[in-house]
Ligand binder design. Structure first.
Ligand SMILES: [Zn+2]
Length: 114
């Protein structure tokens, strides 16, 4: 599989994140809106094994014609996730937490994916 930058003619990068999980998540979000996307840099990311430098961050690309809509969906999804006041409940002990916390202070459980 030869994936050069040039193979993405007619496409635009709509999202990039350090975590492949986030990129996959965004891919699903776009898919739910009927927009197909491809992930670039995934193999580099896998090969790196650890946290990659920013050049190697996985990227999400969509067709030019989908870009405007995709960008809007991405922006909405991102702002949704940082909406203040969205409490999450610890799956371990049921304690409620502010959105900025990623781990339960009480029992150490990680915040579940929404
Ligand atoms: Zn807990």
């Amino acid at each position: 599989m030869a994936l050069g930058k040039s193979s993405h003619q007619g496409m635009k990068r709509v999202y990039t994140a350090q975590s492949i999980t986030l990129v996959h998540h965004m891919m699903n979000v776009l898919e739910n809106h009927g927009i197909a996307s491809v992930i670039q840099n995934e193999d580099i990311y896998m090969a790196a094994g650890e946290l990659p430098v920013i050049d190697c961050w996985p990227e999400l690309w969509v067709a030019d014609s989908d870009y405007e809509r995709a960008k809007e969906i991405v922006d909405t999804a991102l702002s949704d996730e940082t909406t203040p006041g969205t409490l999450w409940k610890c799956p371990g002990c049921g304690e409620e937490h502010e959105p900025q916390f990623t781990d339960c202070w009480k029992c150490g459980e990680s915040r579940p994916n929404q």
